[in-house]
Design a protein around this ligand. Structure first.
Ligand code: ZN
Length: 811
């Protein structure tokens, strides 16, 4: 699963931390699933599903005459074994069935269960709202919303597949499957495995028969129903399909088109060719997470669907596409035996994005991505959490920046320590040994030990079964008489053991030293010919570490010009920008405009202060060039934004041209820049944009409307506030919309308050899983308080709108 609501999750996790943590073992295996056959049809009127299930099981080891299945909020009509009705006991969550005799290990039996699934009645055990997963979702089932297509889709992880079929809903179970889905003929369907047949019925419905002969865990089952365009692609003779809404048919290949190449790449690096019988991806409405790796039937949230003008700037979904695909090795083929060991699924899926970016776009792109991921972990206040955690109060909490972002950085460290050949061969050993089965972190350790011949207890104890990360202060003692430098490491807090690479740069040469740090303090002495220009600690940037290392401006300038890693340049540039009144610093900033990697060029643009004395003309000339010619539209957009800040009408033609760009980023920044020099022209331009483009340019337009203090635009702004505040990872976007939220809260604009309230209700219900409903109630309440204290003449009416919204969230 890919979680894209980080802002949300981080906010809410603070609320939840105080609860009790229990020991969470692997689920005991008494009976094993063997095969699952389902026949289902849907009651759109009631948002229910009629189901018949044939569940084949066998005792795991000990003979038994009982089986307990997970089945949430069902109505059970009958249960048979060998065509004979059998007694059962059903509570809301569990179905305990008496078998007709005692079965021994290896003896199979098949249960027939006729039932009705009622996803809207699901109430998961305990008081914790975070587990409020329905498993089966009906989107606009009665076709009441003209803006929304009717769809049905499922979400199994963690244990919600048992909301739509009886099963043993644990990741350590595996079963083959077949599903007969009867749907209105106008819809297409998607499930795991191969579509074997389609049969038209006389009542205007059609029955699609999906079958998968390879076994997988119940949480990976999927059904999707709706009006989708299916864009066809292929890999090695296998069908690779993209299910999108009709409007996105023409860009489906721009969004998903790298999938076959990713399948080849992941097959090659693991040495395990993609094992499943097809690969489909579907984009659905109102999805409750980011994306999910259902075997051969991956589901993506609607943000995957981007317009051409967005895709020209960047396919924001490419990493997610890689993530879900790589789960088809780590997660679907070899599955975590328990949620405590989630790292064996999620850390690998997260790391696959690094691997893919490095392969496809080069190391800078991958390293920039890793930097962002590490930052998410560092900002998440989760230093007290082990990667493998047997104590937690809700399994959903395992889907956090430790399992994803930190685990990803840990794999990167391990790969560096073992070397590429040993690392990837170990992955191959692990995948081939445990394929179609389950594993825990120790099995991963054993695979790495087996292949490399190294003991790795120290690594796993530190990084998998321990918490925190390296924090160290670095100081230097130079001895000019002996021509040596001593590097002193002083670890702060928890003491780690780790290999460390130290690069010593003299004027014309670099010496790389490999050392081990083992203990709180360590010192290493290196000789030099000429006084070093720079000493680069962890020069490969592989450690998960905070390194406090005091460097001079001269060091940083040298670092920017000579040290090759993305982080060397990034770190140097940030420090240089702080001292750009210095002539050399400023000229280095200008030099960064030519950096081969576009994010460095953008960083340089965003850091430069043009209101100072040196080389101003030269800098502006270069920025103008970037604005017109850079091959990356995101760099063009940043450069246009900087030119706008100069408030000089001479650039108007550039902004006007930018408005006709295909790139949405260029259009947006051209609009804001034009506004700086010709407010009337910019506002007029906005009015010529159609509603759809306006919505996609919401950030730029909101920026302008806030500056204009144009209250008539509040309803437009209101529609974009929640997304900007909670679903964007960009700080300035968050701030912009926090400002907009305040403005709307205080206003007397009924339509804007209504729009915002509706969005709070919608998102609150959609992301109940992340407790967003509670936060939405708090925010609406805050708005009501603001109104109460205001002098707005219609405040009673507005408060009523807010209270009505709150009650929808509470019921
Ligand atoms: Zn995932």
């Amino acid at each position: 699963m890919k979680n894209l609501l980080l802002t949300l999750v981080l906010l809410v996790s603070v609320l939840l931390n105080a609860q009790e943590k229990k020991y969470q073992p692997e689920r005991e295996k008494i009976n094993d699933l063997v095969h699952t056959k389902l026949k289902v049809d849907f009651n759109f009127e009631k948002s229910q599903m009629n189901g018949e299930a044939w569940i084949t099981l066998t005792p795991h080891f000990y003979a038994t005459n009982k089986v307990v299945l997970d089945a949430k909020a069902f109505i059970i009509h009958e249960i048979k074994i060998n065509n004979t009705l059998t007694p059962y006991n059903y509570t809301d969550n569990e179905l305990a069935i008496e078998l007709n005799r005692t079965y021994k290990k290896g003896e199979e039996y098949t249960l027939y269960i006729k039932y009705t699934a009622r996803p809207n009645e699901v109430k998961q055990k305990g008081s914790n709202a975070i587990s409020d997963a329905k498993g089966l979702y009906f989107i606009d089932p009665k076709e009441e919303d003209p803006e929304k297509p009717t769809q049905i889709w499922t979400q199994g992880e963690t244990e919600a597949s048992s909301c739509w079929f009886p099963t043993i809903d644990a990741p350590n179970q595996k079963t083959t499957q077949e599903i007969y889905m009867t749907v209105p003929s106008k819809y297409v369907t998607l499930s795991n495995g191969t579509l074997k047949s389609q049969t038209s019925n006389t009542d205007g419905t059609r029955t699609d028969y999906w079958k998968m002969d390879q076994k997988h865990a119940p949480y990976l089952f999927f059904m999707g129903v709706g009006d989708f365009s299916i864009v066809k692609d292929s890999w090695n003779g296998l069908a690779v399909d993209y299910y999108v809404e009709k409007e996105y048919e023409s860009v489906a290949n721009d969004i998903f088109g790298h999938t076959p190449e990713m399948m080849s790449f992941f097959s090659k690096i693991t040495g395990v060719p993609y094992v499943w019988d097809k690969y489909s991806q579907i984009v659905v409405r109102d999805y409750v997470s980011g994306a999910m790796e259902n075997t051969t039937a991956v589901v993506h949230g609607e943000d995957a669907q981007q317009k051409k003008g967005q895709l020209i700037d960047a396919n924001e979904w490419e990493g997610t596409i890689a993530h879900e695909l790589f789960h088809h090795w780590f997660g679907d083929l070899v599955t975590t035996e328990s949620w405590s060991n989630l790292t064996v699924n999620e850390s690998f899926a997260t790391y696959s994005v690094y691997l893919w970016f490095a392969h496809k776009y080069g190391k800078d792109r991958a390293d920039a991505h890793m930097y962002d991921d590490v930052k998410v972990y560092m900002d998440s206040q989760s230093e007290d959490k082990n990667l493998v955690r047997f104590f937690y109060e809700d399994k959903e909490h395992m889907f956090d920046p430790v399992s994803y972002h930190k685990g990803n950085a840990i794999l990167h460290m391990l790969r560096d320590y073992l070397g590429d050949a040993a690392f990837f061969q170990s992955l191959n050993y692990y995948l081939t040994t445990y394929k179609f089965g389950t594993a825990e972190a120790h099995e991963l350790r054993l695979a790495f030990e087996k292949v490399s011949g190294k003991d790795l207890n120290w690594f796993f104890n530190q990084w998998y079964f321990g918490n925190g990360h390296i924090k160290m202060n670095v100081t230097y003692d130079y001895n000019t008489i002996n021509s040596t430098v001593t590097v002193n490491i002083d670890q702060q807090g928890k003491v780690f053991k780790f290999p460390l690479t130290i690069d010593v740069y003299e004027e014309n040469r670099k010496l790389s030293h490999e050392v081990w740090v083992d203990g709180k303090q360590a010192s290493f002495t290196f000789p030099f010919h000429k006084l070093p220009k720079l000493i680069n600690i962890d020069s490969k940037h592989v450690l998960l570490a905070e390194i406090n290392d005091k460097k001079t401006l001269e060091n940083y300038i040298f670092q920017f010009n000579n040290a090759p890693h993305y982080l060397d340049r990034r770190e140097a540039l940030v420090e240089i920008a702080k001292q750009q009144t210095d002539k050399d610093a400023f000229s280095t900033l200008i030099k960064a405009f030519n950096d081969p990697y576009y994010e460095i060029r953008i960083l340089a643009l965003e850091s430069i202060d043009l209101f100072q004395k040196y080389y101003k003309k030269e800098a502006i000339a270069k920025i103008q060039k970037l604005a017109q010619n850079d091959k990356k539209t995101l760099v063009k957009a940043a450069a246009i934004g900087i030119l706008g800040k100069l408030v000089d009408p001479v650039y108007k033609p550039i902004f006007m041209r930018g408005m006709n760009s295909e790139s949405y980023a260029v259009i947006g920044s051209s609009l804001i820049s034009l506004y700086q020099i010709d407010k009337g022209a910019a506002v007029q331009k906005i009015n010529t944009l159609n509603e759809e483009i306006q919505d996609l340019q919401a950030d730029a337009i909101t920026n302008i409307f806030i500056s204009e203090q144009d209250k008539t635009k509040l309803p437009f702004i209101a529609k974009h506030v929640l997304k900007g505040m909670f679903l964007s990872s960009n700080k300035s976007t968050q701030q912009l919309y926090a400002q907009a939220f305040k403005w709307i809260s205080e206003s007397d604009n009924k339509e804007a308050i209504e729009n915002l309230t509706n969005d709070f209700v919608k998102l609150g219900l959609q992301y109940k899983k992340y407790n967003f409903d509670k936060m939405a109630v708090n925010m609406l309440n805050q708005m009501a308080q603001t109104q109460k204290q205001s002098a707005n003449a219609n405040k009673d009416e507005l408060i009523l709108i807010l209270k009505t919204g709150m009650s929808k969230l509470i019921e």
